[in-house]
Design a protein around this ligand. Structure first.
Ligand SMILES: O=P(O)(O)OC[C@H]1O[C@H](O[C@H]2O[C@H](CO)[C@@H](O)[C@H](O)[C@H]2O)[C@H](O)[C@@H](O)[C@@H]1O
Ligand SMILES: O=c1ccn([C@@H]2O[C@H](COP(=O)(O)OP(=O)(O)O)[C@@H](O)[C@H]2O)c(=O)[nH]1
Length: 473
């Protein structure tokens, strides 16, 4: 059997828990298959300590069945590649936020440089029949760089974030090279059918690609690539076991006791402008205004785990949130009731199931999201006899799979408040029916299905002998 080599910017020890959907999902996959996980160590070397652009310190360690190989990046590379191009250009544009993009010309050079560095460091570690699976927006050109070094392996790519329509993509200076780079892969996977449609339209209209049959294959730039949707899932069994574990049970009991007179709403997100947190708080404020019966009762626990604090847009949103929470508590709070409990820390994953289960409503209302695993975890943690209700943004990838959630437009503050009211007052019979159908979907399309279906499709994809000049971007 071929060895699986996973490449992603963020690498986590699969024996430990991590915040962020990608790290959680890949740790689950690699723990069961074994193999190698290659990426950034999370460490930055300052110039004064010898950090030089295009160079890296490499570390190798064995973590159970998984070999972890990580690189420390120089400050200059980190700032241009991670902060600059990945999170200052690709993240906002791919989440439809052109207003937040910073198209500094220096960033793209750093992005290319780090992708070349990854390719140079990875190539000598590859065995002939390895299957390489590259993840996410940080590493779009990695296959092209590997091919340029003569790498003929099967290489697949999965984009964890949304792919926007062509006209939004077109705002990125030189956007066409990004899509051309995707043609160096044998298989490209997206989270949703909507993202796949955007890819299809882009390659047809902007790259003159030719569709080959109805299995997602496209021909352009002298290469064939197959593009399909593979919605990522969670490990439902593992999550349910976490829900039954003492830590989650203890959390559940504590929350139930503490909030016995009240109804809990829960939100769990990285503190990211794509997650729609200010809009969510405004919807909660609107709920308290329009439906006074929920005053002194409904309590929103919002966990906002710190993320990308070196990007300005993330510090701006932090201040906005703090001020909204303060004003809601100031205006509506009572001596014995605070409407919002805002926690700006990462909560260890084993503690989340108990919190989800004690909550009557899960509020997952991103303005855009590739998938959103929290929505699936919330469903998996519920008691089927007395389940909570999911209020879900129609703009999260997961909405395609969960039409029985209460779907909302997060920009519509009143509409979202009405949906939360509906969730808080929904009779148990209806809650059970909705929960049952959502549970069936997340069980069927779990993380094992995601991994297996991607890797099976990759194994069958047409792999071409490469190394030709088109690979030079
Ligand atoms: O690594 P960070 O910069 O700290 O950010 C954390 C991760 O966020 C993003 O997650 C995405 O992947 C999830 C799993 O597929 C998906 O459910 C979610 O909708 C996406 O936002 C990002 O794509 C990862 O690269 C980051 O590691
Ligand atoms: O304080 C936190 C916040 C989030 N998470 C986990 O991080 C993941 C977030 O994934 P999601 O797909 O919802 O969004 P992302 O952060 O990847 O954009 C989920 O597994 C959460 O349980 C966590 O363990 N602790």
């Amino acid at each position: 059997m071929s060895r699986l080599v996973v490449v992603s910017n963020r690498v986590a020890d699969p024996r430990k828990t991590a915040a962020g959907g990608l790290a959680v999902a890949l740790a689950d996959v690699l723990n069961s298959t074994g193999g190698m996980w290659f990426g950034w160590s999370g460490k930055v070397i300052e110039a004064a300590d010898g950090g030089k652009p295009g160079e890296a310190r490499q570390h190798t360690q064995q973590a159970g069945p998984v070999k972890l190989v990580t690189l420390d990046l120089s400050r200059e590379d980190h700032d241009a590649f991670y902060v600059g191009y990945s999170n200052g250009v690709l993240w906002p544009v791919f989440h439809y936020r052109l207003d937040l993009a910073d198209f500094d010309a220096g960033y793209v050079a750093g992005y290319r440089r780090v992708n070349q560095l990854f390719a140079r460091k990875l190539k000598p570690l590859l065995q002939p029949d390895d299957v390489v699976w590259v993840h996410d927006y940080h590493l779009i050109p990695l296959a092209a760089e590997l091919r340029a070094l003569g790498c003929g392996h099967r290489i697949g790519y999965f984009l964890h974030i949304p792919l926007p329509p062509s006209l939004i993509m077109a705002a990125i200076p030189g956007h066409d090279w990004l899509i051309r780079a995707l043609f160096a892969y044998d298989l490209v996977g997206f989270q949703s059918r909507g993202d796949l449609r955007h890819f299809d339209r882009y390659v047809e209209a902007e790259a003159g690609a030719q569709r080959l049959g109805d299995d997602g294959r496209w021909r352009a730039f002298n290469r064939t690539v197959q593009a399909c949707a593979f919605p990522i899932g969670i490990d439902v069994e593992e999550f349910q076991a976490l829900t039954d574990a003492p830590e989650a049970r203890e959390m559940f009991e504590r929350m139930r006791k503490e909030y016995s007179r009240r109804k809990l709403l829960v939100g769990v997100d990285r503190l990211d402008y794509s997650k729609g947190l200010p809009q969510r708080l405004k919807a909660f404020r609107e709920l308290l205004k329009s439906y006074p019966e929920h005053r002194d009762s409904a309590t929103l626990i919002q966990i906002a785990s710190p993320s990308r604090e070196d990007v300005t847009a993330y510090t701006d949103i932090l201040h906005e949130l703090e001020s909204l929470c303060g004003s809601i508590n100031g205006n509506f709070g009572e001596l014995d009731w605070m409407p919002v409990r805002y926690i700006h820390r990462t909560v260890a994953r084993p503690r989340l199931p108990g919190l989800y289960r004690a909550s009557r409503v899960g509020v997952v209302t991103p303005l855009r999201d590739g998938m959103n695993l929290v929505a699936k975890e919330f469903i998996a943690a519920q008691d089927p006899a007395d389940p909570g209700v999911l209020v879900l943004s129609r703009f999260a990838g997961v909405a395609e799979q969960l039409p029985d959630a209460l779907l909302v437009n997060p920009y519509d503050i009143e509409g979202t408040a009405n949906a939360i009211h509906l969730a808080l007052t929904m009779p148990v019979e209806e809650r059970r029916v909705r929960h049952q159908s959502q549970m069936a979907v997340i069980k069927k399309y779990d993380v094992h299905w995601w991994c297996q279906s991607f890797l099976d499709t990759l194994a069958k994809a047409e792999a071409e002998v490469t190394g030709t000049p088109w690979l030079r971007l």
